[in-house]
Ligand binder design. Structure first.
Ligand code: HEC
Ligand code: HEC
Length: 351
């Protein structure tokens, strides 16, 4: 995991060093835009000090796809959060600059705006902090790359974008975080077949197998999935935003090479607990789990049918469930109904 942080640190370090020469306002100056929320999602939380504007969103979009944000100009955020794979990278664990292997699977950024915690271990709260996190940790920023410091500020197009977004052409890390966060807030997904069935009144939207699978999903004695991957009365994020030990990643001696939430809280029972991930678009974001350890949805369902993996702190909701072969097939079918529309204007910006 240290690796994953390092990767991100190297990625953002150059920009970290460009800011803070004098006090400037980092509040967006433009008109706040209303972000369209698709069927199946709750109202979008917006921080008071960073309302999304057309200018900050456009800036964030450019930064997200810009390899100049990485130390050796090889990686952008999109290298690991690729729009073609619902903003994941299809790898077990991500690869950082110079081929360094991370320890965790890249989660989607779609609907991350709703999450009460960012990262598998929740070490950041907001999207702004998520981008800031590596920078706030001096231990991880092990090698200053002074040569790269002025990369973004040297680019006249960036300077004019910062100016129209924030009023002056200062390029600083807070502005970078805010712009990235505002772009990510537009990265919403919903209106899947499930949403049309459950929230849109279209009782034909799910196939009979998907509908049976949904019943298994909800039933506490069969799937029991909804106890962690929540489905609300009016909307569904498919996550309770909390941390649970499913036993994924436990080794033969019963310990975890990645302690997950424990890393943050130092509470013993958090050992091996990870944030419940969303299940939206899950059919398109294999491999699964924090370590990419499960390759298919069938493997995930079989994992749950076996009550996860034995582990001292196994979550009490990882109970003995009874799933027939048919139940499992239906459950996989249901998970396939969660693939929805993705907001427009999320791809690489025009040059
Ligand atoms: C080298 C691959 C890589 C790059 C580059 C990268 N990420 Fe990530 N990202 C990851 C991994 C892996 C995680 C999970 C790490 C963890 O939980 O410890 C993650 C987590 C996240 C999350 C949290 C999502 C959640 O559900 O918790 C967000 C948001 C995010 N990244 C946005 C970004 C942004 C913005 C950038 C560019 C500044 C970026 N990432 C660059 C691999 C990458
Ligand atoms: C005790 C809470 C809990 C229950 C019950 C639960 N899950 Fe999970 N689920 C999690 C957590 C936590 C993870 C991440 C675990 C990890 O990576 O170590 C996860 C991961 C997943 C993933 C992988 C997502 C990804 O992006 O990698 C899928 C798919 C999934 N669960 C489906 C299900 C299904 C289907 C059920 C019901 C049979 C279910 N879950 C029951 C908490 C739960």
């Amino acid at each position: 995991m240290r690796r994953a942080i390092l990767i991100a640190a190297t990625l953002l370090l150059p920009i970290a060093l460009t800011g803070c020469k004098r006090k400037v306002s980092n509040k967006p100056i433009g008109k706040t835009v209303q972000i369209h929320v698709p069927l199946g999602l709750p109202a979008l939380p917006i921080p008071a000090d960073n309302p999304p504007t057309a200018e900050t969103i456009a800036l964030g979009r450019r930064l997200f796809y810009d390899t100049h944000v990485s130390v050796d100009n090889t990686l952008s955020c999109a290298s690991c959060h690729d729009p073609k794979a619902y903003f994941t990278d299809g790898k077990n664990v991500s690869t950082g600059v110079r081929g360094s292997l991370g320890t965790r699977n890249a989660p989607t950024i779609l609907n991350a705006a709703y999450l009460p915690f960012q990262f598998w271990d929740g070490r950041a709260i907001t999207l702004e902090q998520q981008a800031a996190f590596p920078i706030a940790n001096p231990v991880e920023m092990s090698q200053p790359h002074a040569a790269d410091v002025s990369k973004l500020g040297d680019d006249p197009q960036y300077r004019s974008m910062f100016k129209s977004a924030f009023g002056t052409d200062d390029v600083n890390i807070e502005r970078v975080e805010e712009a990235l966060a505002s772009f990510e807030r537009t990265a919403l997904t919903g209106n899947s077949a499930f949403d049309r069935y459950q929230y849109g009144g279209d009782k034909t939207a799910l196939t009979p197998a998907q509908l049976r699978g949904f019943m298994v999903y909800l039933d506490p004695t069969r799937g029991n999935c909804a106890s962690c991957h929540s489905v609300g009365a009016h909307d569904a994020l498919f996550t309770d935003g909390e941390f649970h030990n499913t036993g994924q990643g436990v080794n033969d001696s019963g310990s975890f090479s990645d302690v997950g939430r424990f890393h943050e809280t130092k509470i013993a029972t958090d050992t091996g607990a990870f944030k419940t991930p969303t299940l939206r678009n899950i059919a398109g974001t294999a491999p699964y789990m924090h370590d990419g350890g499960l390759k298919t949805l069938k493997a995930v369902v079989d994992f749950y049918a076996g009550q996860g993996n034995s582990s001292p702190y196994l979550d009490p909701e990882m109970k003995k469930i009874h799933l027939t072969g048919q139940d499992r097939t239906d459950l996989v079918e249901f998970l396939q109904s969660l693939t929805g529309d993705v907001a427009p204007n999320l791809g690489p910006p025009d040059k």
